[in-house]
Design a protein around this ligand. Structure first.
Ligand code: IPE
Length: 269
């Protein structure tokens, strides 16, 4: 049993591992298999520990949105839906784990809702013993965005991005990789604006200018604003992160093997 000290936190975006925009609960097998292979190749070549957090895409956002589950308890209908949503999330997590295992990655599911609670949507003083123990055993913990009980709101959604922030900070990660289906952060929406430019580096000074200019981009790239907020907080603790496009072949492997500047870096000022 050994503790490898270089810890990477990786988020696999729900838009990459599921067919998010199809509106159906469908895994994007092709992407998931390719990403597992890239992970396994990188792990053979470099020595690092890793925690994987996956998004939930179409397995979570549709029900969560329809029943306004992120607003906390409003009615009993919502409560009835929670176990159904939980079932869907576990199904997706099992598929992710299975694919990773088929590619010789030793992983273990960690279900956030069985482990932690929230207080007004935020994770505080969460017990990390299980995750630390898994890392010591060289088993890769695989977590996901989930619905948790919330001491103030009854229940609320814990996004994968918040898990990334919390674990990176508490476990002192050397690097955070946020994998999405866009090349990084743009100064306008790249899907509708051909002239949109990729921002290579964001820090707490230039983000103000970016937010003022690009509110539409933040909106339409689905929660990019939320991601940047969590990652800037990490940068304040000296932890660098990069938002990359893992829907493109080879990008994840390059990033895991230490290549920088292939997406948008979020850096300490
Ligand atoms: C959302 O998790 C969790 C639920 C809706 C239950 P994420 O926010 O991490 O998922 P993606 O990456 O946007 O799909």
């Amino acid at each position: 049993m050994s503790v490898r000290n270089k810890l990477i936190i990786l988020k696999l975006g729900g838009s990459v591992i599921t067919h998010k925009s199809s509106g159906r609960k469908m895994v994007n097998r092709k992407n998931l298999e390719r990403l597992s292979l890239e992970l396994s190749r990188a792990q053979k070549k470099e020595k690092f520990s890793i925690i994987i957090i996956h998004g939930v895409g179409s397995f979570g956002h549709i029900i969560a949105g329809k029943f306004k589950l992120n607003d906390g308890f409003k009615n009993k209908k919502q409560v009835k839906v929670i176990p159904l949503l939980r079932g869907d999330l576990e199904k997706l997590n099992t598929k992710v784990i299975k694919t990773l295992m088929e590619n010789k990655l030793n992983t273990m599911a960690v279900h956030p809702s069985s482990l932690w609670t929230l207080n007004n949507r935020r994770l505080k003083n969460a017990n990390l013993d299980m995750i630390k123990n898994l890392l010591k055993l060289e088993l890769t913990p695989v977590l996901y965005g989930d619905i948790l009980t919330d001491s103030k709101l009854g229940f609320s959604i814990l996004s994968g991005d918040q898990i990334v922030y919390y674990l990176a900070k508490k476990l002192n990660a050397v690097k955070v990789i946020v994998g999405t289906d866009v090349d990084g952060v743009f100064d306008a929406n790249p899907k509708i604006n051909k002239g949109a430019k990729l921002i290579k580096e964001i820090n707490k000074h230039n983000v103000k200018q970016f937010c003022v200019n690009a509110s539409t981009a933040v909106d339409v790239t689905g929660g990019m604003g939320g991601k940047i907020n969590e990652l800037l907080k990490l940068a304040n603790f000296g932890i660098e992160s990069e938002i990359i496009n893992i829907s493109k072949q080879g990008i994840l492997e390059k990033s895991l093997r230490g290549k920088k500047g292939i997406g948008t870096l979020i850096v300490p000022a």
